[in-house]
Design a protein around this ligand. Sequence first.
Ligand SMILES: [Zn+2]
Ligand SMILES: [Zn+2]
Length: 119
Amino acid sequence: MNCFYHPDKPAIGLCKYCQRGLCTDCAAIIDDVLACQHRHEDEVHKIEQLAARNLFQSKRVASAYSRNAIFYGLVGTLFTAFGLYQYRFLGLQAVFFILIGLFLLYAASANYFEGRKHK
Ligand SMILES: [Zn+2]
Ligand SMILES: [Zn+2]
């Protein structure tokens, strides 16, 4: 493949914006990717910024979900253990704690699976 602007020179890569071949004279490196010099430098920079921002946001969302999953999991385990332990003293009243515990464990797993979708 040769350069789009200089058909006599070999291309070293493609512009990320227009996918045309570029030689060493025409290629500009923007955020570690190639762009047509003086033509698509701004466009490529915007594409890279947008991609970086999306990656950053989905990582943040995923970590928020896993933080929730850990919290619900811990509290849910506590409630369930407390309810099971108290069952012989409190009887039916302890079932209330077990139910809350199980609900929190359900919330924990829901958050866990939701977080995995964003990774
Ligand atoms: Zn271009
Ligand atoms: Zn060229």
